[in-house]
Ligand binder design. Structure first.
Ligand SMILES: C[S@@+](CC[C@H](N)C(=O)[O-])C[C@H]1O[C@@H](n2cnc3c(N)ncnc32)[C@H](O)[C@@H]1O
Length: 225
């Protein structure tokens, strides 16, 4: 299986339901700012993105963990009055986008960056988003991988502070259930639904649906102050 085909099997986990330590981990992360130094390459990527954002002068949308960026194009076309940053750490996936689509969109920029740093840099710079899409983040389903899931990671508070309408999708219902609980710990209401649409919006969404899997979605309005 190639890197781009990814894994379209249903998520299996020895974790039955929400992780027993989820609330404790989220509370600890929310109470303690993450101080890890920024990687130089992500700082450089952020500075370039900042110049582009300044030039655009439009309200911002993030498509975080964009993969090959199909969703990013759809979002940029759907929101022509917004500047869309498509963010992923995988050069191979971002390169694949360039190979598949000739036409560039004026309001879409692909940035190779580690979100562990990029979200914090954006927060530090005072950025506020109108929308934030997080489609099919890696589920890290082993119980010992809890803190690699975004809602249990030390950068969760930065994701929240960036604000905007947040859309998270997963093919692992537990991921969405945990996300909702983590938001709740931060005092943020959210809604969930089993998600379907006439057309898939991303490469992973297409693969999951083609193999008969279901998607779940969490939506929340994050404070933008
Ligand atoms: C399962 S893929 C989903 C891609 C795309 N959203 C889709 O639906 O087709 C998850 C993506 O998250 C990216 N990713 C995981 N951890 C990341 C991090 N710390 N910073 C940036 N990207 C990350 C991976 O490189 C991968 O492309």
């Amino acid at each position: 299986m190639s890197e781009f085909e990814g894994n379209s099997r249903a998520v299996t986990s020895s974790q039955a339901g929400v992780h027993e330590r989820l609330v404790e981990v989220v509370q600890r992360n929310l109470a303690n700012p993450f101080k890890k130094p920024f990687a130089d390459h992500t700082r450089a990527a952020f500075e370039q993105a900042q110049q582009w954002v300044d030039k655009q002068g439009k309200p911002l949308i993030f498509d975080s963990c964009c993969g090959v960026g199909e969703s990013s194009r759809i979002i940029a076309q759907r929101f022509p009055e917004h500047a869309v940053l498509a963010l992923d750490r995988s050069e191979a996936r971002l390169d694949k986008h360039q190979r598949c689509f000739d036409e560039t969109l004026d309001n879409l920029l692909f940035v190779r960056a580690d979100l562990m740093d990029f979200w914090r840099l954006a927060e530090e710079a005072g950025w506020h988003l109108d929308y934030h899409f997080l489609l099919y983040p890696n589920p890290y389903p082993k119980p010992g991988q809890l803190q690699r899931r975004w809602h249990a990671s030390p950068v969760f508070s930065s994701l929240l502070n960036l604000g905007g309408e947040l859309v998270v999708r997963s093919n692992w219902k537990t991921y969405i259930d945990e996300f909702v609980l983590a938001l709740n710990e931060a005092g943020i209401a959210s809604s969930t639904q089993d998600y379907s649409a006439a057309e898939p919006m991303s490469a992973f969404e297409r693969k999951y649906w083609a193999s008969g899997q279901q998607s779940w979605q969490c939506w929340a309005q994050l404070a933008s102050d």
